[in-house]
Design a protein around this ligand. Structure first.
Ligand SMILES: C[S@@+](CC[C@H](N)C(=O)[O-])C[C@H]1O[C@@H](n2cnc3c(N)ncnc32)[C@H](O)[C@@H]1O
Length: 392
């Protein structure tokens, strides 16, 4: 059993019996002394464990900057304009948004929310990060006078958790966060459910232990499959952490946009794909090992269950403004024009071979990666609104 985290988990299981799947994932990803993200694992290009849309290149940030401008307009140009990026990693998206110089920049207060202290430290290599009190004083009810000064942005700040504010006119954006929130796993048995827990194999590794699902978990699983025929042996993730996170966003945002970009799928499709389809691990830009292998050494993720996400959103007062693939969402923000523009710049400057020419040429390959139907392009873009007209 490699690694001290694995040793500690094994010790806990020997003491307490098999642990719930979400506790195992919580430790594997976020244990402060050995969890995958606590060890600085994550998104990037060279040496990274997986490549997310912001890490493909600057293009994604340029398009998100356009979206931020649209939402700013729809919200009546609030100043300050609070944009919370949850699960911000090392801040690549924020940097590209700022470089794109959106119209909302002068009003922008960009809050990077990232749980991993290593990744929060890494943000400072890409961005000038101000103290939270300095960045958001007016919003936290501090200095009302300071709150009256418009045009102070952009200001970037960083937190380890969602801010305890009530925002009237802001955005919460999460790219590939929800698939990394710990989840439980249930399996259909005789018309009911068993819960998949994690115990120890006789040989010493971690193994699954099936126990009768407690009532609250059964109720969650039943709600997911209401009206569906579910064969024995079928499995689903139950993502109570996602529902809690959405509820917290509901408290944070009194009026504004909650935008989730992630691997997500419907229950019938998850049932058809099976656990090997929706539960994945990543390490060094490749699929990792089994989910219980060497905790802390790999990312462990599950597709977000769309029905549960929509329900949690509804219960927190959000309406669905848009639910499309990432490829379509980016097209709606003008991806094709930007690629065409890049091609034109390349044609003009290819003979110079300077940075501008090369950046322009790479737009087309970035666009391909961001819209790949077998990869990032198939992510779901769910745009939720609260306190405003249904479509804007
Ligand atoms: C898959 S990474 C995505 C990073 C970045 N959004 C990107 O697209 O490159 C998920 C990130 O969410 C962070 N995270 C997980 N749970 C979190 C939470 N409750 N609050 C804030 N960050 C969290 C992880 O530490 C990790 O950096």
């Amino acid at each position: 059993m490699p690694g001290p985290l694995a040793e500690r988990l094994a010790e806990r299981i020997r003491r307490e019996g098999p642990i719930t799947f979400d506790r195992f994932v919580e430790a594997a990803l976020y244990d402060p002394d050995g969890g995958f993200f606590a060890r600085g694992g994550g998104a990037g290009r060279s040496g990274a464990d997986f490549v997310t849309s912001p890490e493909v290149g600057p293009l994604f940030g340029v398009l998100v900057a356009r979206a931020l401008d649209r939402w700013w307009e729809a919200l009546g140009r609030p100043d300050p304009y609070l944009v919370v990026e949850a699960g911000a990693g090392r801040g690549r998206l924020a940097r590209e948004v700022l470089r794109a110089d959106p119209a909302c920049a002068t009003a922008l207060r960009y809050v990077l929310v990232e749980r991993s202290p290593d990744l929060r430290a890494a943000q400072r290599a890409l961005l000038t990060v101000e103290r939270f009190e300095d960045a958001l004083g007016p919003l936290t009810g501090g200095d009302e006078e300071a709150g009256a000064v418009p045009g102070m942005g952009p200001i970037v700040t960083a937190l380890d958790d969602l801010p305890g504010l009530a925002v009237d006119g802001g955005v919460v954006l999460a790219n590939e966060l929800l698939d990394d929130l710990p989840f439980e796993v249930v399996e259909r048995r005789g018309g009911g459910w068993v819960e998949v827990r994690v115990g120890l194999e006789p040989g010493g590794g971690f193994g699954e232990v099936l126990v009768p699902a407690p009532e609250s978990l059964t109720a969650e699983a039943d709600a997911l499959v209401a009206g569906l025929e579910v064969p024995d042996g079928a499995r689903l993730p139950v993502q109570r952490g996602v529902a809690e996170w959405v509820a917290r966003c509901g408290h944070l945002l009194h009026r504004g946009y909650l935008v989730v970009l992630d691997y997500a799928d419907t229950v019938p499709s998850l049932l058809a794909r099976g656990q090997d389809g929706w539960l994945r691990t990543y390490r060094a830009q490749q699929r990792g090992g089994g989910p219980l292998d060497d905790p802390g050494s790999q990312d462990v993720t599950a597709d977000v269950v769309l029905e549960a996400l929509r329900r949690a959103a509804r219960e927190s007062g959000f309406s669905v403004a848009e639910e499309v693939s990432q490829a379509r969402w980016l097209a709606g923000l003008g991806l094709d024009e930007l690629v065409e523009e890049g091609r034109a710049v390349w044609r003009e400057r290819a003979h110079l071979g300077d940075l501008e020419a090369i950046a322009a040429r790479s737009r087309a390959s970035e666009a391909d990666a961001l819209t790949d139907p077998g990869g990032l392009g198939a992510h779901v873009a769910l745009v939720l609104t609260k306190g405003l007209a249904r479509r804007s």
